[in-house]
Design a protein around this ligand. Structure first.
Ligand code: SAH
Length: 285
């Protein structure tokens, strides 16, 4: 009969971090840390995020946080899912904020872990306001947002001196799920040479149409980056006129970038290089 033994314990990353040298703050009891986990690749976590994972008593996390990142939590930490599960609606924002406040008041070290950056279309601001109103001490740890990190992983520089000295970030989805009516699409179309859209895939046909009627060229390049920074990343390059068809069926989550910077993808798509098998080094020839 096969016998099993525990795999040797991998040293916790936090044990390799000299907190004193780096001046990292203590994760105190009764505090909430609102932390960005980045867009997917666990390698994009910050040292502060790792430190928080190692010290937390409870991790309240969202659907877009990679399962491997959760495995970095200390063995005693409770993992508490705050997203949609099995078709059931996600807990309401006031419920999540109340949960964070309640846990902190019980004296827990609470890590609120969100995909990307907590304050970029991530309701981190709303949660921080609720904590401040309840007198719960908190800290905000920024993460790499999908609209920056995702572009880098697709070989699309967010700015380039030949193409743009401004960028607009926007959401293609308001809190009711519709194309944001409060946005001045004409002004957005004219505002910056590069637009980065979150939560825009569902409304891409009408968004592309609004941008073209606001003055953008229908030949302008557009990239849709799906599952950016993960092993399943996929990039569709098209134009404003054709993107609705070209990107139909692309898997969520996806980020949309409009502008001439998209052309750099052809030369800079570094992720397409064949990867070296682990453990092998290049030969000298
Ligand atoms: N706070 C997050 C954004 C949350 S809104 C951040 O800073 O990145 C959710 C939207 O983010 C998704 O609809 C998608 O547009 C984008 N997104 C998040 N992770 C992504 C990923 N790995 N690849 C592509 N888009 C992503």
């Amino acid at each position: 009969m096969a016998s099993w033994r525990m795999a040797p314990r991998v040293p916790l990353v936090d044990e390799m971090i000299d907190s004193a040298l780096l001046g990292l703050p203590d994760f105190e009891t009764g505090h909430v840390w609102l932390v960005g986990a980045g867009p997917g690749d666990p390698g994009l976590l910050s040292v502060l995020a790792l430190h928080a994972l190692a010290g937390a008593d409870v991790v309240v996390y969202d659907a877009l946080v990679d399962a491997r990142i959760l495995r970095l939590a200390g063995s005693g930490a409770r993992l508490d899912f705050a997203g949609k599960r099995g078709g059931r609606p996600s807990p309401s924002q006031p419920d999540i904020s109340a949960r964070l406040i309640g846990l902190a008041q019980e004296g827990k070290r609470v890590l609120r872990l969100k995909g990307g950056d907590p304050c970029v279309f991530g309701r981190g601001g709303e949660e921080a306001l609720a904590l401040a109103a309840a007198g719960v001490p908190f800290r905000i740890v920024p993460g790499i947002t999908a609209g920056i990190g995702g572009l880098a992983y697709a070989g699309i520089p967010l700015t380039h001196r030949d193409t743009n000295s401004a960028v607009t970030f926007l959401t293609g989805h308001d809190s009711d799920g519709a194309v944001p009516g409060g946005l001045d699409w004409q002004a957005i179309a004219r505002g910056a040479p590069v637009l980065v859209l979150y939560m825009a895939a569902r409304h891409l046909p009408s968004i592309a149409e609004r941008l073209v009627s606001g003055g953008r060229r229908s030949e302008e390049p557009v990239a849709v980056i799906s599952k950016a920074t993960t092993a399943a990343q996929r990039v569709v390059v098209s134009t404003l006129g054709e993107v609705a068809t070209a990107a139909a069926g692309i898997e969520a989550p996806s980020i949309v970038v409009v502008g001439e910077v998209v052309r750099f993808h052809a030369a800079l798509d570094w992720g397409r290089r064949p990867r070296r098998p682990p453990g092998l080094v290049p030969t000298a020839d």
